[in-house]
Design a protein around this ligand. Structure first.
Ligand SMILES: NC(=O)c1ccc[n+]([C@@H]2O[C@H](COP(=O)([O-])OP(=O)(O)OC[C@H]3O[C@@H](n4cnc5c(N)ncnc54)[C@H](OP(=O)(O)O)[C@@H]3O)[C@@H](O)[C@H]2O)c1
Length: 288
């Protein structure tokens, strides 16, 4: 059976006899109206004042989501809020300063969300940090601090978000992991362990919360140019080693992670859950 001239088949051939046929124009407008927009969503993004979190806030704003942005520095957050409000006039952007290493402050974020009165439908667990050391040199408290920020924050924020996400259509969580959770990349074992556990949390929640209509995915970036990676990337020899080890031959900009995070939140990825998407220029695929 052939598709009528000027029309595009949007379904698998086996479903053809059940399906409507859409013109290219209709298909385009359907895509624009549903799969590729975050209009109607409210997203809570952690670590939103710099780097990948900031780029994600901008990307989501462009896709129409209202924003709840959290980080520690209130001035950086306020600056971002003003910028976004000037650029995206119709959006509701609200910011809150909190240290997400601390459970009381995580609880305070959700008191704030409750006071705002509009439920969140998307959560991006992006905060993370590291104090790289050789395994034998770590003080136990340093390891615990890395886990508090990189893993327990996402675990607790996800649990606290559940009561809102479960009430919303197309709810999703994206965790920002790392290739350090997939392979040894000279970050120190504590960071690698915390990110590997975050990836596994992603898979566990994806299965556990599927029946509640919440998709859970992660991104695993390789080198992204942010203030965190700046010092390392400014060392010419190290930078060259990184680039030589990256099939696409460059490091990435935060916006290139933000678009991957956005995809995992969009209805366009409605059948994707439990995945850890490497955003790595091919780094993890290079054997020799
Ligand atoms: N850059 C890379 O190459 C790379 C690679 C792989 C994975 N990642 C992951 O990507 C995520 C973002 O990293 P990035 O490179 O974008 O870092 P970044 O530019 O330093 O931004 C980190 C953000 O998190 C906030 N933050 C840090 N500690 C916090 C805390 N205790 N409580 C609340 N907010 C906190 C920071 O704001 P305040 O300082 O104001 O709190 C900032 O907004 C992290 O999870 C990191 O592990 C990054």
């Amino acid at each position: 059976m052939q598709a009528p001239t000027g029309c595009r088949l949007l379904v698998a051939p086996a479903l053809w006899h059940h399906a409507a046929v859409y013109s290219s124009q209709e298909a385009q407008s359907m895509a624009e109206s549903s799969a590729w927009t975050l209009q109607g969503h409210t997203a809570l993004i952690t670590g939103a004042s710099h780097g990948i979190g900031l780029a994600t806030a901008r990307e989501f704003a462009g896709l129409g989501a209202d924003l709840r942005l959290v980080a520690r520095d209130p001035l950086a957050l306020e600056r971002l809020k003003q910028e976004l409000e000037a650029e995206f006039e119709d959006l509701d952007v609200v910011v809150y300063s909190a240290d997400l290493s601390d459970q009381d402050e995580r609880l305070a974020v959700f008191d704030w969300i409750a006071d705002l009165g509009s439920p969140i439908s998307l959560l991006v667990n992006n905060v993370g940090g590291n104090q790289p050391q050789a395994t034998l040199d770590y003080a136990t408290d340093d390891v615990r601090a890395i886990f508090e920020l990189n893993l327990f924050s996402a675990f607790e924020m996800s649990r606290l978000a559940f009561e809102y996400l479960v009430t919303q259509d197309d709810a999703a969580i994206v965790n920002v992991g790392s290739v350090a959770g997939l392979s040894h990349v000279r970050t120190g074992s504590a960071y690698g362990m915390s990110k590997a556990a975050l990836h596994q949390l992603t898979r566990n929640l994806a299965v556990e919360w599927a029946e509640s209509g919440i998709r859970v995915n992660a991104v695993a970036p390789w080198y992204i140019r942010t203030r965190r990676s700046e010092a390392a990337l400014n060392e010419p020899e190290y930078y060259q080693e990184v680039v030589d080890r990256t099939p696409l031959g460059r490091v990435a900009e935060p916006e290139e992670v933000a678009t991957a995070i956005a995809f995992l939140c969009l209805p366009a990825s409605s059948y994707v859950t439990g995945q850890v998407l490497a955003v790595d220029g091919g780094f993890m695929s290079l054997g020799f």
